[in-house]
Design a protein around this ligand. Sequence first.
Ligand SMILES: *[C@@H]1O[C@H](CO)[C@@H](O)[C@H](O)[C@H]1NC(C)=O
Ligand SMILES: *[C@@H]1O[C@H](CO)[C@@H](O)[C@H](O)[C@H]1NC(C)=O
Ligand SMILES: *[C@@H]1O[C@H](CO)[C@@H](O)[C@H](O)[C@H]1NC(C)=O
Ligand SMILES: *[C@@H]1O[C@H](CO)[C@@H](O)[C@H](O)[C@H]1NC(C)=O
Ligand SMILES: *[C@@H]1O[C@H](CO)[C@@H](O)[C@H](O)[C@H]1NC(C)=O
Ligand SMILES: *[C@@H]1O[C@H](CO)[C@@H](O)[C@H](O)[C@H]1NC(C)=O
Ligand SMILES: *[C@@H]1O[C@H](CO)[C@@H](O)[C@H](O)[C@H]1NC(C)=O
Ligand SMILES: *[C@@H]1O[C@H](CO)[C@@H](O)[C@H](O)[C@H]1NC(C)=O
Ligand SMILES: *[C@@H]1O[C@H](CO)[C@@H](O)[C@H](O)[C@H]1NC(C)=O
Ligand SMILES: *[C@@H]1O[C@H](CO)[C@@H](O)[C@H](O)[C@H]1NC(C)=O
Length: 494
Amino acid sequence: MVLEKFKRSIIFLLLFFTNASGAFVGINIGTEISNLPSAADIVSIIRTQQIKHVRLFDANHQMLSALANTGIDVMIGVPNDQLLRIGQSRSVAADWVNKNVAAFVPQTNITFIAVGNEILTLIPNAALVLVPAMQFLQSALVAANLNLQVKVSSPQSMDIIPIPFPPSAAKFNSTWNSVMSQYLQFLKNTGSSFMLNAQPYYGYTKSQGIFPIEYALFQPLNPNNQIVDPNTNFYYNNMFDAMVDAAYYSMQSLNFTSIPVVVTASGWPSLGGTNESDANIDNALVYNSNLVRHVLNGSGTPSQPTMEVSAYIYELFNEDLRPGPISEQNWGIFFPNGTTVYSLNFGNPSESKPDPTSLVGQFCVANSSASSNALRKGLDWACGPGAANCSAIQPGGPCYDANNLVALASYAYNDYYHRMQANGGTCNFANTAMITTTNPSHGSCIFAGSSGSNNSTGGDSALGPSSSDSEAQRLEGFFLSFPISIMLCFLFDV
Ligand SMILES: *[C@@H]1O[C@H](CO)[C@@H](O)[C@H](O)[C@H]1NC(C)=O
Ligand SMILES: *[C@@H]1O[C@H](CO)[C@@H](O)[C@H](O)[C@H]1NC(C)=O
Ligand SMILES: *[C@@H]1O[C@H](CO)[C@@H](O)[C@H](O)[C@H]1NC(C)=O
Ligand SMILES: *[C@@H]1O[C@H](CO)[C@@H](O)[C@H](O)[C@H]1NC(C)=O
Ligand SMILES: *[C@@H]1O[C@H](CO)[C@@H](O)[C@H](O)[C@H]1NC(C)=O
Ligand SMILES: *[C@@H]1O[C@H](CO)[C@@H](O)[C@H](O)[C@H]1NC(C)=O
Ligand SMILES: *[C@@H]1O[C@H](CO)[C@@H](O)[C@H](O)[C@H]1NC(C)=O
Ligand SMILES: *[C@@H]1O[C@H](CO)[C@@H](O)[C@H](O)[C@H]1NC(C)=O
Ligand SMILES: *[C@@H]1O[C@H](CO)[C@@H](O)[C@H](O)[C@H]1NC(C)=O
Ligand SMILES: *[C@@H]1O[C@H](CO)[C@@H](O)[C@H](O)[C@H]1NC(C)=O
């Protein structure tokens, strides 16, 4: 009985860490693509990934129909080129709401209207119609009795905050103080959120080496190189939090508080031109997986630790028609043909289990020729954001082998692969992994996909030579770096 209660409180704790947070991760769906998939195909990709929140840049009717009855929440957008008409005419705004919102709810769960995108910094000439457009749309929602479920806001670029660091000193570009005050008053009155496009990729590349890349990628910082706001003494572990805090402090400088921030676009390009070497698959995978983990952790920012920040990843597809440098066309998680650029795990990791019937006899193992560093990164990722069940490779577990990084990574890669393959997970891990039919199981160490125990004790060709002592020490660091929710799973095995 006592034990039962104890177990239940542990389950509650787990839910608290993994689930109680209201913060969510969604995804942007840009459509500047020469071979755009059909709306049905796009929605099918989203559902396979278990994505529950999407942001469209317009109010495309095929997409809104395809999203009906899916349980997916939808942010629609007023494209910048429609803003002027809506901001100048109450009846045009009412018409827009009737055609693009009222006609689709409740089957399609429209929750936000994003009015324009980065208007103040992209088309300053339209600044004066921004708030009127928001007000006209809001009135139309009120008339349709939809104002409680659909919130109106307008995504701002970080460029609206000319000096974002230190966050405590951040202010909006004063050119826009009057418009910003009206915008914030509108958000306050209607219970809406400040929409921020927060892109550490730009913050990092534009900072010309002031900030370490680890700071942009949510990776641990060198203890000698911590980033502190000198006015508040808050430590910033990552640029994302610093950007969100810069927005809170900028609002505060106009005397607005407790307006939540929702990050409407954040991501990392997986490919760039020769002058864009930070745009690569490794960084994109690390950034986006860490972003997912960070947001779902629901921990808030240093200045607002209790305000959860949701984020829409930028973006679902590579958009080949977007102008600009090569990186601009390569922010997607998917190619337009539906193949993954790299495999990102969006969902609540605890919800996916390995499928015992699929892929029996196929194993995803570490390539023993890969560098230790790359394998460690892969292992770290698989057991962290990849949400593989790594309990068997914990000290004392049946597959624990402190000195054999290849064996540890193989176990983690394989567990991830069997768990996530049906959802688009691949056996890649930055080219350090490969498929084999040789069963690496041995003794009581059973790999997913194995039809039974294989009692051969190691020495499998896929599992290369033992690594050095210093590697073992670094692995200890790895075991300490698990997020708390995963640690709890290890400890309590519920
Ligand atoms: C629509 O989305 C909101 C916000 O996420 C949610 O609270 C609500 O339950 C959803 N409604 C339906 C019908 O799915
Ligand atoms: C503020 O915005 C104005 C208008 O767009 C622009 O001309 C100016 O350069 C901006 N100031 C800063 C410091 O970015
Ligand atoms: C904010 O409030 C303070 C104190 O009430 C006031 O002095 C200041 O002028 C206000 N700032 C703005 C931008 O309204
Ligand atoms: C998760 O949140 C807790 C506090 O709520 C914080 O201590 C921890 O650093 C966060 N982890 C990550 C990975 O952000
Ligand atoms: C790289 O070069 C392209 C084309 O010359 C340019 O548009 C882009 O801004 C450059 N990117 C960086 C990060 O310097
Ligand atoms: C999908 O597109 C990518 C990029 O163009 C290409 O590399 C890949 O082979 C394509 N996959 C399929 C199944 O057509
Ligand atoms: C393993 O890695 C080495 C070195 O990176 C590479 O040459 C080899 O092709 C890889 N093997 C497989 C099966 O991917
Ligand atoms: C993780 O794997 C262990 C065996 O290695 C198993 O006992 C446990 O139930 C698994 N946990 C989850 C959450 O699947
Ligand atoms: C067990 O491992 C050995 C050596 O790697 C392999 O030849 C054999 O096929 C495996 N047996 C099973 C049941 O997977
Ligand atoms: C594997 O070893 C266990 C004990 O270590 C034994 O009970 C089992 O029968 C063996 N299985 C096979 C297939 O040899």
